[in-house]
Every structure is written in C-alpha cells, then in structure tokens.
Design a protein around this ligand. Structure first.
Ligand code: CP
Ligand code: NVA
Length: 305
C-alpha cells in the first residue's frame, strides 16, 4: 500500500512520472477533455483545519477523473472518542478508495495510514504539505521548461510548506535556500532526514534575505503565523518584519525570477500587494496547478493499487 504523507514516500522517478501525468491531464483539460481515468473511485476528505485550495482542488480533481468526493464532518466520529482510530481507519477504508487528511498533528495522518486499507494523502499537517510542493515545483517546470540546477529561495518561516519544498527540490535536482529570522530555520532532526532522503540537495540556511534571493529563480514566501500558531501572531509580526517580500527585496533577485506563495496570504505582512499582484507573481497559476498536480497524484496512486 502506497501513501503520500511526505515526499520521502516518492522516489525522484515517481515525482517525474506524476508530473508527466499531471502535464498530460492539464493539457487535455485545457482542450475541454476530462479523461475518466478513475471511474467510480471514491475519495474521503477529513479536515481539522480550514481549506479552500486543498479541499476544492481535490474534490474537483476526482470528479473530473470520473470519481466522487465525500467531505466528512465531525459527525462521522473521527478523533473525538466515538471509536478508536484503528476501528475508524479500518472501516472507512472499506468504503472509499483514497483518504485525504488535513490534521493539526502530523502523527494523526501517520496513525490513520497505519490502519487504512487504502492510500492516505496528506493535505497539510503542522510538519508537511507535500501536495503543495508538488504543485509548486510543477509550476516551475512549466515556467522554466526544466528544473535541474534552478534555485528556490524561501523567505520567512521554516514551516510545513518550506519543509515540503526543500524535499521536493532535492527530488528534482534543484537547490533550496531558506532565509529565516534566527531560530526559525529547519531543526536538526529534519535536516538529518533530508540528508538521508535527498543527499544530493544543495541546502543553504541563513538569516539574510537579500543575499538569499540574489541568484534564485523563484522567491517564495508563506504566512508568518501558520494555522494553530495564532497565539504567537503578535510576536511573529515583529520578528519576521525584516523578512517581508517587497519590491526592494525583489529588486535584489534576478530580473526573470518569479514570485510564489502557497496562499492564503496576509497581504502587507509577508508580501506586499505590488509583489503578489505584480508581473513576476505566479500565484494564480500555482493555485490552479494544485488541481492538476493532484490529478497526477491520484491517477498514479490509484491506478497502481
Ligand atoms: N495552499 C493551501 O493549502 O491552501 P488551503 O489552506 O486553502 O487549502
Ligand atoms: N503554513 C501555512 C500554510 C497554509 C496553506 C499553515 O500551515 O497555516
């Protein structure tokens, strides 16, 4: 049974295969074709946090592929003591072909996957967001034609999105640079897991956004306060202020560098309007690609199981 809980679950060749399927399905979609590769397949979505992009793009993706989605609320009794997670996972996976989960704790996805008899996909946890990174790197593949040797610089918090991007860069031969305030870099345990999974990754971490963007093809940022960290918001606003992606920072990057953000954005905090709405921004293409990249993931995962 294959799951997608982190990109460590995929080999480089499998990432490339998923991109090839995504590219094919996207081009057919743009010609008005919705190839029913997964007729009758059923997806369950279990979300502990809000979502626009992940939820809707997954529901649309499975529908276009000829399947169906069920967004399950609290009433199914997941993680609230009604029954054990083991019983819940074993039973739910008798009815559905794939489960997409967004949870507060990464461990919850790992726990359910242990008992599920169908693939489980991580739709964001506190530690990872693999589907986001796949869509982002797929977007860079569209923009630049090829990926090897490109550099993505992430300015801001070394959070779930940054971690997924670093791993994805490693899988496709890209370089990754993380510019954070001191103390917000990747932790030693995560760096060790990257070294094991993607030893070829050129990873740089420092605290100087100007230097970090100088030779990057993509400048990426995300919110300073992720879901679940709301009590730290005021403190983080002050700590991260020098890490705002604004016109002055973009001017230090190569002229053909693009700007990306996973969204939702807090405009005026991590990014200014002129950058996110400016000519270098690819955020709408990037958000659209969530659906196309996830079609690649679904077709790849479900047609092999
Ligand atoms: N980027 C992303 O995952 O957006 P949602 O939180 O709206 O799903
Ligand atoms: N880092 C953000 C990403 C939202 C898509 C969060 O976890 O809230």
């Amino acid at each position: 049974m294959r799951h997608l809980i982190t990109l460590a679950d995929l080999k480089s060749s499998e990432v490339e295969r998923i991109f090839a399927i995504s590219e094919d399905l996207k081009s057919k979609f743009e010609q008005g074709l919705r190839e029913p590769l997964l007729p009758g397949r059923v997806m369950a979505l279990l979300f502990e946090k809000p979502s626009l992009r992940t939820r809707v793009s997954f529901e649309a993706a499975i529908t276009h592929l000829g399947g169906n989605a069920m967004f399950l609320g609290d009433d199914v009794g997941w993680n609230n003591g009604r029954e054990s997670l083991a019983d819940f996972g074993r039973v739910l996976s008798q009815y559905v072909d794939v489960i997409v989960m967004r949870t507060k704790l990464h461990q919850s996805v790992l726990d359910l996957a242990k008992f599920a008899d169908c693939p489980v996909i991580n739709g964001l946890t506190d530690l990872d967001h693999p589907c986001q990174a796949l869509a982002d790197i797929f977007t860079m593949r569209e923009v630049f034609g090829s990926l090897a040797g490109l550099k993505l610089t992430f300015v801001g918090d070394g959070n779930n999105v940054a971690r997924a991007l670093a791993r994805c860069c490693g899988k496709v031969g890209m370089k990754f640079h993380l510019a954070t305030p001191p103390g917000y870099e990747f932790d030693a345990k995560f760096v060790a897991s990257l070294k094991q999974d993607v030893p070829q990754l050129e990873l740089t971490m420092d605290n100087d956004p100007g230097r970090a963007v100088r030779d990057a093809q993509c400048i990426y940022t995300d919110v300073w306060t992720s879901m679940g960290q709301e009590s730290e918001m005021e403190a983080r606003r002050k700590i991260f202020a020098p890490f705002q992606v604004n016109a002055k920072l973009m001017a230090q990057a190569p002229a053909d560098a693009i700007f990306m953000h996973c969204l939702p954005a807090r405009r005026g905090e991590e990014v200014t309007d002129d950058v996110i709405d400016g000519p270098q921004s690819r955020v709408v293409q990037e958000a659209a690609n969530r659906m196309h990249a996830q079609k690649g993931v679904l077709a790849w995962l479900l047609r092999r199981s």
